[in-house]
Design a protein around this ligand. Structure first.
Ligand SMILES: Nc1ncnc2c1ncn2[C@@H]1O[C@H](COP(=O)(O)OP(=O)(O)O)[C@@H](O)[C@H]1O
Ligand SMILES: Cc1ncc(C[n+]2csc(CCOP(=O)(O)OP(=O)(O)O)c2C)c(N)n1
Ligand SMILES: [Mg+2]
Ligand SMILES: [Mg+2]
Ligand SMILES: [Mg+2]
Length: 338
């Protein structure tokens, strides 16, 4: 059998993955197959638009991710940016640049991952682009979300006297990655939960919506580059200081024991590891009790990890003994100063 050409591949990767009813309900008048998609714009909403790229060797390699995980995570990381505005993810465009090693079947698995994530978060895949590539796979996903007009929660809304919270544990993804990356010295195998955190992140869409609908979220950011880096982004965008309490940071028992096995400090993974795709934000202290109660009822994690103060924008870490030290503006950076 001859190998499918470009157009047959697109059809075979995407055909019959989402029902006509679902696409119609998502406002899609015209989906995959024409020069552009045509999507209805509901009254009273604003569009949230974001794109994120995953590059083989930089964001993943065969040792760290299964093929389907790459598709799942590429869409999940974009959905996380919509969650970080308090929005609802709605549509996605998928661009793939495909090297020879990613044959038809591997790409089909990648698309299985895309569509698994799309189904979980009710995202309509409305188009994309396909090219050949010389050696490594590049996947770029553009996501469109909706938010009630004027209500998006930005990084700039933190004020002195807020509490600082996160919507899930941090550092698990970095711990899992540590154990899966090739290394000269043998590393203990990470627990399944850490591997899963790295491969199948769960963006906090429900938490983002609660924070917006109840009016609790005053500033919000998702954790892609690491808690410290994202905290600095809120501090600088808002013009406040964030004080994070080391004892309140959500350290999972599994991460603690895996870090002990590896003889490393889990705090490094928690503060600087990244790819957690939880939300970091601030809220009024008076709302803390109600927030805790409703998040508990909804079964969504919420950890209060510090507070904000007036002063030159920055981030501090308060140790268990009450000593404060500046928290380095460090995290994953594609072009770290060298
Ligand atoms: N090449 C680019 N051209 C235009 N805007 C960009 C480019 N790269 C990043 N941005 C914008 O810079 C901001 C920060 O990007 P980034 O750090 O990737 O955000 P995030 O961590 O939320 O994905 C975003 O508003 C993003 O849209
Ligand atoms: C093989 C491999 N090496 C290193 C990493 C770690 N890593 C790569 S990108 C990244 C940060 C998130 O990616 P980025 O492109 O910065 O996303 P954005 O901040 O734009 O959402 C991290 C922690 C990884 N996931 N896989
Ligand atoms: Mg980005
Ligand atoms: Mg983001
Ligand atoms: Mg980044």
């Amino acid at each position: 059998m001859p190998l499918p050409d470009e157009f047959e591949r697109i059809r075979l990767w995407t055909e019959s993955r989402q029902t006509a009813d679902f696409l119609l309900a998502s406002g899609v008048r015209l989906g995959i197959g024409d020069d552009t998609a045509v999507v209805g714009a509901p009254a009273g909403i604003e569009w949230l638009l974001a794109v994120d790229t995953m590059v083989e060797q930089i964001h993943f390699r065969s040792e760290t991710m299964e093929d389907a995980d790459v598709g799942y995570k590429a869409l999940a990381s974009n959905i996380s940016d919509i969650a970080a505005m308090g929005g609802i993810p709605a549509h996605a465009l998928i661009s793939v640049s495909v090297p020879p090693a990613w044959d038809f079947n591997r790409m089909k698995s990648l698309y299985d991952g895309f569509y698994e994530c799309a189904e979980r978060y009710s995202v309509a895949v409305v188009g994309g682009d396909t090219t050949a590539a010389p050696s490594d796979l590049v996947v770029a996903v553009t996501v469109f979300g909706t938010v009630e007009a004027g209500r998006a929660i930005t990084r700039a809304g933190a004020r002195a006297g807020h509490i600082v919270f996160v919507t899930g544990p941090v550092g698990l993804s970095a711990g899992g990655l540590h154990g899966m990356l090739p290394s000269d010295t043998a590393r203990p195998k990470p627990p399944e939960r850490l591997i899963r955190a790295h491969r199948r992140p769960a963006p906090s869409v429900k938490a983002g919506r609660l924070l917006l609908e109840r009016g609790w979220g005053k500033s919000l950011n998702d954790v892609s580059d690491g808690l410290a880096s994202e905290a600095w982004e809120i501090a600088e965008a808002s013009g406040v200081r964030l004080v994070l309490k080391e004892a309140s940071l959500p350290l999972s028992g599994e991460l603690a024991s895996y870090a002990a096995d590896c003889r490393v400090d889990p705090l490094d993974w928690m503060l600087y590891g990244g790819e957690d795709y939880v939300l970091l934000g601030t809220a009024n202290g008076e709302d803390e009790a109600a927030m805790r109660e409703v998040f508990r009822q909804e079964g969504i994690p919420l950890f209060v990890i510090g507070e904000t103060e007036e002063g030159p924008p920055g981030v501090e870490l308060e140790t268990e003994r009450g000593l404060r030290k500046p928290l380095a503006k460090r995290g994953y950076n594609h072009f770290a100063k060298g």
